[in-house]
Structure formats: C-alpha cells, structure tokens
Ligand binder design. Structure first.
Ligand SMILES: [Zn+2]
Length: 119
C-alpha cells in the first residue's frame, strides 16, 4: 500500500548552457506540482500510515518553504534548476525525514515532469 499527497509551488528559473534563442534560457516561472509517495505499516489504532497533515507540514518545512516564490537558480545545492535536479534536491531533503518515501514526481506545468525513486 502506498499513500500520496500533492503539493503545488510557484518558482522561477533560467537554464544556463542552452543555445541562444532557446526559450528556457530566459528567466521564467512555472507552477510546479509535487507528488510524494510513501509506504509503511498501518498504525494499528488509527489505521493510517501517516497523518496527511503531518506530511504536509514536513514537506513544506523541509522543501517547499525554500522553493516557493523563489529563484531556483539561487537555491543552495540545487545546481542547474532543471526539473530533474529539482526532483533530486527534494528527494535528498525528504528521504532522511521520511524513511518510507518510495518515489516523488515533480511536474513542471501540465504536461512534463520527472519521477525519482532513489535509483
Ligand atoms: Zn522552465
């Protein structure tokens, strides 16, 4: 069994190293959608893996407070703020806090995204 929770955050980035004329070279913004997937045993008294409210607090404190309405090019340890590196950055901060984390998905807009499970 796996539970998940969706989050959204808004942020700006510019991707360096692209050829002149590539639109992603210019500073621009996205509404990102993060989905966090967790597994674990059910609490025998309550019948849940984790309180969704606790998950929300943890994900905001560990990650999204540092990304929401920020310039991702200035986020420490991010490197080039591609969707892939944003996903890795979030994973590296969440996994120590959430041992049951199984995968995360970061969507950059409606149609594109990255999924990571630690491999
Ligand atoms: Zn972009």
């Amino acid at each position: 069994m796996e539970i998940f929770r969706d989050f959204t955050f808004d942020a700006a980035h510019a991707i360096e190293g692209l050829p002149d004329g590539h639109k992603c070279k210019n500073m621009h913004g996205h509404t990102y959608r993060l989905t966090v997937y967790l597994t674990g045993g059910l609490d025998p008294k309550i019948g849940w893996i984790l309180d969704f409210a606790d998950l929300k607090k943890l994900v905001w404190a560990a990650c999204l407070d540092h990304l929401d309405h920020k310039n991702l090019n200035e986020v420490e340890d991010m490197g080039s703020p591609t969707c892939e590196n944003i996903t890795l950055w979030i994973w590296n901060r969440l996994k120590p806090e959430l041992p049951g984390l199984t995968r995360i998905t970061v969507r950059e807009g409606e149609n594109s995204g990255c999924t990571y499970n630690g491999d």
